[in-house]
Ligand binder design. Sequence first.
Ligand code: HEM
Length: 301
Amino acid sequence: MESIESIRTNFRFTDRDQENLRKIGELIAPNLDSITDEFYDYLTQNPKTAKYFQSEKAIQHRKETFKGWLTEVFASKYDHQYLLRLQKVGKIHVKIGLKGYYVDGAMTYVRELLRQQVSARVKDGVCDEELLTSLHKALDINLSALTSSYQEEKLNNLFLSQNVESKLVSVAGRMLYGLNLILVTGLLAMALGVVGLLCMDIYTAFTDEFYYGMIKALGSLLLLWMMIELLHTEIDHLQGGHFQVKIFVELALVAFIRKVFVASFKTTTPLEFALPLIGLFVLGIIYFFVARVEKPKGRHH
Ligand code: HEM
């Protein structure tokens, strides 16, 4: 946590701001109760924050502490003691498992409530800009102190140091990217292999058995099609898209379909024909479940 001197300099908080806050405090004093009620209505409207206020007693107690905080925003000296009190409140929020995100949102709500109050009470409805500027500074300082505990909690939870951990994450990320590039290269080589297979099948069709060669070539074409799909998926993944397991199962399915094509020509025993069929059946079941879990693929063009 920064020192109060550093905070006052950084937020350009002056004695004049302190004086302005005192004036705002006087302006809104008659409405402290209604502001507090509105704030708690806001908290109880969101199920994520409402769950912290189960009993009427807890609500009443929190209303009192909130009112105490609000009074302090305008009456306190912005000194080291005040900072310590805010930090204590921040630590309580961390302890009850409340995300800093909700404190940020709540402060925006409080800011708007107070801005309306100040605007409504300044002479002839003309708002004194200087008062509002002081109000914003005070709420920013409060928010910064309230949420500083989250940052400290994060640092306490580090296993090594922040520097070492972020470097490790960055090295791991780069290695993963490198491994994915190797995978793409391997897939490209495989795709070229399938093109070779296709050429051989066509060659068989014209030089040896025509039907057998053509059926094999059809199977190889299916394989090539799947290889292209697989490459697309992998490139999508490298560009930040979701990884699709389904496509790997599809590729295995096509490989087995090709085997069934070939087996229908060359099989000598029923078992040799049955094996690829059983494999196909099992893969079909796996595909059914994987496809149910994974959402349809969207490609980035
Ligand atoms: C503008 C933002 C907020 C301010 C100024 C604020 C202020 C306070 C204060 C002054 C206390 C009393 C601490 C003590 O007992 O000494 C407190 C406690 C508490 N606050 Fe906040 N709060 C804010 C946001 C929130 C939000 C968004 C929630 C969401 C549920 C929340 C939930 C609580 C709870 C449950 C406690 C009681 C902890 C306990 O003692 O059991 N606060 N807060």
